[in-house]
Design a protein around this ligand. Structure first.
Ligand code: ADP
Ligand code: TRP
Length: 340
């Protein structure tokens, strides 16, 4: 029975920066692995990015870049659906309908909004809502719509997004309570990929690799630049001869995510025995990374060309997604009493 109605997994990616190694390990790979278990749907949350990105060229670039990155990393558009959020106008109609059944208090308690207010308080501002636009405030309702309009069963997210998925379930519950006789939303569930629970890739300053810290190794750097950045990963002052603790080394932690189990075990042994310098380890990491990233970089660069198949893939994805969205929105409209 499970086979006849496979469950749906939905992944949304906000196009706000250049993809880096941490995104690949913590988000892209785990979400792509879900295709074995679920019918997977991926979308680029370009309207979500508008809460913070005001440069139209940059927004367009990041949006294409996210699609190209996921396809370069192995997303197969024949097996899954990938679309741009902005290509599905039904999302924005449902957003209004669900806003009308969502308590304002729920939004007041949302982490991102609360964090913005806390920052204003800490800066001594009288207006705690300074710098908060309505997009940021309404963000959780729009995200709930993204999830509900595709009939998603599971939503793979990082820990920071858990509250948003709970809100989606909450909002669906309220709607079902009011209109459940006519239409019932599926109640979605968050899935936190294992990586997110402990495997955080360190960046160029030893802290978590993150675009907010400006310490990332971007995925698609030319070879020479990749080598330079690997050389910048911090190490301690242990001499070549001295034994080293692999687990406290950022270089080793990154290597662990990309090398084969045999290479990892062998490197671990050699580091602990002494006689391997940090320079040698960095060379090894560069080689391993470059081998893995070169074919991805080539696919990415080809997809980023203006006349690549990217647009076709996204339009075809949008067509499939709109079919689903129109069906669902039709049922909602009739349930709530809005009809043509
Ligand atoms: P950033 O921290 O660079 O702003 P995002 O917050 O946009 O990255 O994260 C997008 C996804 O990538 C999230 O699911 C997050 O868990 C994952 N991710 C980001 N950085 C790392 C990292 N250093 N290690 C593991 N996963 C990461
Ligand atoms: N808010 C998510 C983030 O910042 C992106 C996102 C938007 C999303 N809509 C979604 C994720 C729906 C999953 C499902 O990362």
């Amino acid at each position: 029975m499970e086979k006849e109605t496979p469950k749906i997994s939905l992944t949304g990616i906000k196009p706000t920066g250049e993809p880096h190694l941490g995104n690949l390990i913590g988000a892209i790979r785990p979400a792509l692995n879900l295709t074995e278990q679920y019918d997977s749907i991926y979308f680029i949350a370009d309207y979500h990015a508008l809460t913070s990105i005001r440069d139209p060229k940059l927004l367009r670039h990041y949006t294409r870049s996210v699609a190209a990155t996921w396809m370069a990393a192995g997303l197969d558009p024949q097996e899954t659906i990938i679309y741009r959020q902005s290509d599905i106008p039904e999302i924005f109609e449902l957003h209004w309908a669900l806003s009308c059944v969502t308590a304002k208090g729920l939004m007041n308690r949302a982490h991102a909004y609360k964090a913005a207010r806390d920052q204003n308080a800490a800066a001594g501002r009288d207006d705690l809502d300074a710098g908060v636009n309505m997009g940021l405030y309404n963000y959780p309702v729009l995200m709930a719509v993204d999830i509900l309009i595709m009939g998603s069963d599971v939503v793979p997210v990082g820990k920071d997004q858990l509250q948003h998925v709970e809100y989606a379930a909450d909002i669906a519950g309220t709607f079902n309570h009011l209109y459940g006789d006519a239409y019932e939303f599926k109640i979605p569930q968050a899935v936190v990929p294992q990586e997110d629970t402990g495997r955080t890739l360190p960046g160029l300053d030893g802290r978590k690799m993150s675009k907010s810290y400006d310490n990332t190794i971007p995925l698609f750097l030319p070879e020479g630049k990749l080598k330079k950045l690997v050389r910048r990963i911090p190490t301690d002052s242990t001499s070549v001869e001295e034994p080293k603790d692999p687990d406290s080394s950022s270089v080793f932690q990154i290597l662990e995510q990309f090398a084969t189990p045999e290479v990892i075990a062998d490197t671990r042994k050699r580091l602990m025995a002494g006689g391997v310098g940090w320079g040698e380890l960095k060379n090894q990491l560069f080689e391993v990374l470059n081998e893995e990233l070169t074919p991805m970089r080539e696919r990415y660069n080809a997809l980023m060309e203006p006349d690549s198949q990217l647009e076709t893939v996204l339009s075809e994805g949008a067509e499939k997604a709109r079919d689903r969205a129109q069906n669902l929105l039709g049922s909602v409209r009739s349930a709530i009493g809005i009809s043509r």
